[in-house]
Design a protein around this ligand. Structure first.
Ligand SMILES: [Mn+2]
Length: 325
C-alpha cells in the first residue's frame, strides 16, 4: 500500500512523462467533477501538454463561468474523432461512472484514477485516492503544489468550487481544518466566495422550484419517523421543464426532517429503472447501503441505480435501510 505522498509523486510522474491526455469525470457531473476536470486541464495547459476534456453530458449551467468550462466536450452534442492512450479519471468511484466517455479510451489506455470516494475500487494503471479528502478538488490542490506553476484566480476559483460544493458550503463533517487552510489560500488569490456561494448554492431556477414542489408533494415517512423519501417521474421533469441538475439538493428536504436518519430521492429513469439518492444524518453508512444495489458514494451521501419499477424499488430500499438502522 503506497502512502498518499507516494501516490502524489506517482501521479506527478504520470503527468510529466506522457502527453495527449483525455480528462473525464462522472456522468451528471457535480461541482467537484467539473472543477476537478478543469483543474487537471489547467495544470496540463501550464505544462504545455495536449489534452481533451470530456463528459458524457452537459456541464450544469451554473458552472459555466469556470475557466474553459465550455471546452469540456459533451458527448450528447459532439463526438471525438479518435481514442486516447492516456486517460485521467477524476471523482469517479468506479470505472463505470465515466459512462459513455469510455468509448474514447484505447483498449490498452493507461488510466490515472484520482478520487476521494471511500468506495473507490482502485481501477486504473495508477491511483491517487484519498478517502478522507473532502473533495477530489482537495487532492488536486495537493497535486498542483507538486508542480512549479504559478497559481492564478482561475485555478483558485475552480478548486474553491469543488471544495464549496462537496462540503455543502463548508458545513458537512468533511469540512476539515485542511479544507479551511486551503480555502484561506484560495481567497488570498482573489476568489469571490460570497458570489460563488450565491451562484452555486443559493440561486434557484424556476424549473428547480417547480420540481421541488412536485417532489415534496410525494413525501412519505416511515411509521417510526426515521426514514423519509420523495420521488420524481419523467413526466414531472417534463411538466416543470426541469433538467437533471435541477434535482440537486431535493434529497436534503426529507433528510432534514427532525428525527429522520435516512432521506431518499427516487428518480424514475424509465419503466424498468430508478435512481435512488441517499442521505444520512450520521447513524447509517449510506455508501455501504448503496453498494448493496451496485452503487456507491460517501458515508453520508450515496446513490445507486436499481433495475425495477418505482413501486418495486421503494420497498426494496426501505427494507435495506431498516436493516442498517
Ligand atoms: Mn467529489
Amino acid at each position: 500500500m503506497q502512502s498518499y505522498e507516494q501516490s502524489l509523486q506517482q501521479a506527478r510522474k504520470f503527468l510529466l512523462e506522457h502527453d495527449d491526455y483525455l480528462v473525464v469525470s462522472h456522468v451528471q457531473p457535480d461541482g467537484d467533477a467539473v472543477s476537478s476536470t478543469l483543474a487537471v486541464g489547467w495544470l496540463l495547459s501550464c505544462l504545455g501538454k495536449k489534452y481533451t476534456m470530456l463528459n458524457e453530458g452537459p456541464i450544469p449551467q451554473r458552472m459555466r463561468y469556470l475557466w474553459h468550462a465550455d471546452e469540456i466536450v459533451n458527448l450528447a452534442e459532439g463526438d471525438l474523432p479518435r481514442q486516447y492512450s492516456h486517460v485521467i479519471c477524476v471523482d469517479c468511484a468506479d470505472f463505470q461512472r465515466v459512462g459513455l466517455t469510455q468509448r474514447f479510451f484505447a483498449s490498452d489506455a493507461l488510466i490515472l484514477n484520482i478520487d476521494h470516494h471511500p468506495t473507490n475500487n482502485g481501477y486504473g494503471y495508477a491511483t491517487l485516492i484519498k478517502p478522507d479528502a473532502a473533495a477530489t478538488a482537495e487532492i488536486l490542490f495537493d497535486l498542483l503544489k507538486m508542480f512549479e506553476v504559478k497559481w492564478d484566480i482561475d485555478i483558485a476559483t475552480a478548486i474553491y468550487t469543488g471544495l464549496l460544493t462537496d462540503t455543502g458550503g463548508f458545513r458537512y463533517t468533511n469540512t476539515s481544518s485542511k479544507v479551511m487552510a486551503a480555502v484561506s489560500e484560495l481567497l488570498a488569490l482573489g476568489v469571490n466566495g460570497p458570489e460563488l456561494a450565491e451562484t452555486l448554492l443559493e440561486e434557484l431556477t424556476l424549473p428547480q422550484v417547480k420540481v421541488l414542489n412536485l417532489a415534496l408533494s410525494t413525501l412519505q415517512l416511515s411509521p417510526e419517523g426515521d426514514i423519509a423519501w420523495v420521488s420524481v417521474t419523467p413526466q414531472d421533469m417534463l411538466d416543470c421543464g426541469a433538467e437533471n441538475e435541477d434535482l440537486e439538493g431535493i434529497v436534503n428536504y426529507p433528510r432534514n426532517i427532525r428525527g429522520v436518519e435516512v432521506g431518499m430521492l427516487f428518480k424514475v429513469i424509465n419503466e424498468r429503472a430508478v435512481k435512488v439518492s441517499l442521505r444520512s444524518a450520521g447513524k447509517v453508512d449510506v455508501a455501504a447501503l448503496a453498494q448493496v444495489f451496485g452503487g456507491g458514494g460517501h458515508t453520508r451521501a450515496a446513490g445507486a441505480r436499481i433495475d425495477a419499477t418505482l413501486e418495486e424499488a421503494i420497498p426494496l430500499v426501505l427494507q435495506e435501510v431498516r436493516r442498517h438502522l
